[in-house]
Ligand binder design. Structure first.
Ligand code: CAA
Length: 258
C-alpha cells in the first residue's frame, strides 16, 4: 500500500497514514487504502491498534482540499459517506484504537482522532475543524463526535469559529487523555496499548462494545446491553483462568483470547 504503513508489534498494530508531503491529507486513495488496511487487520492476533501520521508535523491535516474543490453536491455527499464509512469501521472495530496525534489534527484529521477510542497527543498537536472557513461543514463525523466528546458548547465554538485548540487546551477539554513531548509519543502509545493488550481480550472487546452500544440508549436498555456482554465473558478460558488464580492467590496465566 502506498499511503498506509502497517506494522505488527506482537499484539499491537501500528497503522501510519503516510502522505507526508501533503501533511497526510486524506484523498480518496488514502481513504480506500485505509479501509483496506483496517479490513486486513488480523483480529485474532491483534489486541489494540494505534493510528498515527507520518513525519513530525502532522497527524492528518484534513480531507484533501484540492480534490474537494470541484465536487458537485452529489459528489460531496458521496465523499462524506466514503470517509464516514471508514471512520465508523474504525469506531466499531472490535479492538480498542488509540490515536497518537503527532501534530496537526485538522478537519478530517480531528475527525479521525474522534473515531478512535482514546486520543493522546504530542505537545505540538493542534486540533481544529476549519471547514466553515472553507465553505463546508465537517464531513467525516465532526459535527457529531466532537459534541459527544467535549460537549455541545465548546464543540459549537470550534465548529463556528474554526479556532485552533493546542495540546494543553485539548487536554483541559478532555479531547485528549494525555500530552507528551513529541519524541515520547509513540513510546507512550505503545505503553498504553501494552496495558490494554495485557488484559483479557474478550473482556476488553466487550467493554468497548458495551460503551459503544450503550452510550446512546436510555439507562435501562443500556444496562441490558451490559448484562448480556457481562454474561458472555463467563465460561471463557480467560475468565476461568483469572478468577481461579485470584481465588488461589496466584498470578493468572497469560490471557489467550478464548
Ligand atoms: N488538503 C490538501 N493538501 C493539503 C492539506 C489538505 N487538507 N493540508 C496541507 N496540504 C498540503 C499543502 O497544500 C502543501 O502542499 P504543497 O507543498 O504541494 O504546496 C503541503 O501540504 C504542506 O502544507 P503547507 O505548505 O500549507 O504547510 P504549512 O506548515 O504552511 O501549513 C497547515 C500547515 C496549517 C496544516 C496548512 O497546510 C493548512 O491549513 N492545511 C489545511 C487544513 C484544513 O483546512 N483542513 C481541513 C480540510 S476540510 C475537511 O477535512 C473536510 C472534512 O471534514 C471531510
Amino acid at each position: 500500500m502506498g499511503y498506509i504503513k502497517y506494522e505488527q508489534k506482537e499484539f499491537i498494530g501500528v497503522l501510519t497514514i503516510d502522505r507526508e508531503k501533503a501533511l497526510n491529507a486524506l484523498n480518496s486513495e488514502v481513504l480506500t487504502e485505509l479501509n483496506a488496511a483496517i479490513d486486513a487487520i488480523d483480529l485474532d492476533a491483534t489486541r489494540c491498534l494505534i493510528i498515527t501520521g507520518a513525519g513530525e508535523k502532522s497527524f492528518v491535516a484534513g480531507a484533501d482540499i484540492g480534490e474537494m474543490s470541484g465536487l458537485t453536491k452529489a459528489e460531496g455527499e458521496a465523499f462524506g459517506k466514503k470517509g464516514n464509512d471508514v471512520f465508523r469501521k474504525i469506531e466499531t472495530l472490535p479492538i480498542p484504537v488509540i490515536a497518537a496525534v503527532n501534530g496537526f489534527a485538522l478537519g478530517g484529521g480531528c475527525e479521525l482522532s474522534l473515531a478512535c477510542d482514546i486520543r493522546i497527543a504530542s505537545e505540538n498537536a493542534v486540533f481544529a475543524q476549519p471547514e466553515a472557513g472553507l465553505g463546508i461543514t465537517p464531513g467525516f463525523g465532526g459535527t457529531q463526535r466532537l459534541a459527544r466528546t467535549i460537549g455541545i458548547g465548546k464543540a459549537k465554538e470550534m465548529l463556528y469559529t474554526c479556532g485552533r485548540v493546542k495540546a494543553p487546551e485539548a487536554l483541559q477539554l478532555g479531547l485528549v487523555n494525555a500530552v507528551y513531548p513529541a519524541e515520547q509519543l509513540m513510546e507512550e502509545a505503545m505503553k498504553l496499548a501494552g496495558k490494554i493488550a495485557a488484559n483479557a481480550p474478550i473482556a476488553v472487546r466487550a467493554c468497548k462494545k458495551a460503551v459503544g452500544d450503550g452510550i446512546h440508549l436510555d439507562m435501562d436498555s443500556a444496562l441490558v446491553v451490559e448484562e448480556k456482554l457481562f454474561g458472555s465473558c463467563f465460561e471463557t478460558e480467560d475468565q476461568r483462568n483469572a478468577m481461579t488464580a485470584f481465588v488461589e492467590k496466584r498470578k493468572p496465566e497469560p490471557f489467550v483470547n478464548k
